[in-house]
Design a protein around this ligand. Structure first.
Ligand code: COA
Length: 180
């Protein structure tokens, strides 16, 4: 099993289908499987990843996935480029073997290589990310919701990770668009 970095829409169709199948089985109850492919190839505006990290077995069997995003946001009066992580999934038969943690580590290495100070995610299971350095945040988040309305929430399960020496600011975040 290896972790590879691929573009948002990999050229290899088998990888695209593998991502869609994995995400559909992890998150897609009630969604048509063909919609899972278009979610990979045609992400919603403002929700395009910069790259994906895949756990692959053999040439192109996708056993794990993480989408990495970069977002220019304002935190308080500061402008900041945030790394963001979404659509994290590991196939059932490979869970609890540290693969999610390795995918997160790969995304952190990528963000750090671009001098990004913080990574943020919105977790269903916050406990999964604590050992990767994430802590629950208390920041209010101003964002564009699916119903096209701008809203302010303290998002349950929103977490930050400090990738370098900079301390996380506990101030309102203007996402300037949707979350991931
Ligand atoms: C959540 C998920 C990605 C975890 O993948 P994984 O490869 O099994 O995770 P890891 O083995 O790397 O475990 C990382 C840490 O999370 C813990 N963990 C794993 N699954 C957990 C769960 N369901 N609940 C609580 N903690 C969990 C592990 O014990 C480990 O903790 P540690 O580092 O302190 O020992 C996987 O279960 C999955 O795909 N679930 C369905 C999709 C989903 O819910 N994704 C989003 C989660 S926010």
């Amino acid at each position: 099993m290896t972790i590879i970095q691929v573009p948002p829409v990999p050229a290899d169709v088998a990888l695209v289908e593998g991502i869609a199948t994995l995400l559909h089985s992890a998150y897609g109850a009630g969604i048509d499987p063909s919609e899972a492919v278009s979610a990979v190839t045609e992400p919603l505006p403002g929700q395009e990843p910069v790259c994906r990290f895949l756990l692959v077995e053999g040439a192109n069997t996708v056993a794990g996935h993480l989408a990495a995003y970069e977002r220019e946001v304002a935190i308080g009066d500061d402008h900041c480029l945030l790394g963001m992580i979404g659509d994290v999934a590991v196939a059932k038969e490979f869970r609890r073997q540290g693969h999610c943690k390795k995918l997160v580590e790969a995304a952190h290495d990528y963000f750090s290589s671009k001098a990004i100070a913080f990574s943020v995610l919105f977790a269903f299971e916050p406990a999964v990310y604590v050992s990767s350095g994430y802590r629950l945040m208390e920041n209010e988040i101003y964002f564009l919701d699916e119903d096209n309305a701008w809203k302010t929430f303290v998002y349950r399960g929103s977490m930050y990770c400090e990738l370098g020496d900079r301390r996380w600011p506990n101030q309102k975040i203007d996402m300037r668009g949707p979350t991931v």
